[in-house]
Design a protein. Structure first.
Length: 108
């Protein structure tokens, strides 16, 4: 019997933030995070994927906005030197593409 996965906004936000925390803490690599999100997505029932996609893109969009705000704060602060690489907003586009492609892929 397949495992049932919650697609509530809170459950998806929790999943995303746990993966981010694991990456930041060094507990997972980017490849492991990608593998984890692929496994998680495959557990979501196809009928639930449109709402899961909506919530996932909302969480990712708000996360990117938060990171942009942090970057803007560092850039505008006189005491912070811009000695860091700008955050890649291209990653959000990649994630959107992944979710859209996964929505049309048949479940194996």
């Amino acid at each position: 019997m397949p495992q049932e996965v919650s697609v509530s906004y809170h459950a998806i936000k929790s999943k995303v933030y746990r993966l981010i925390d694991a990456l930041v803490a060094g507990e997972k690599t980017e490849a492991e995070v990608q593998e984890s999100i692929c496994r998680w997505w495959s557990l979501i029932h196809p009928a639930d994927r449109p709402i899961a996609q909506k919530y996932l893109l909302t969480v990712l969009g708000r996360s990117v906005s938060a990171l942009d705000a942090i970057e803007g704060g560092l850039t505008s602060s006189n005491s912070c030197a811009a000695s860091y690489a700008p955050l890649p907003s291209e990653r959000m586009k990649v994630m959107e593409r992944f979710v859209k492609e996964a929505a049309v892929r048949p479940v194996v």
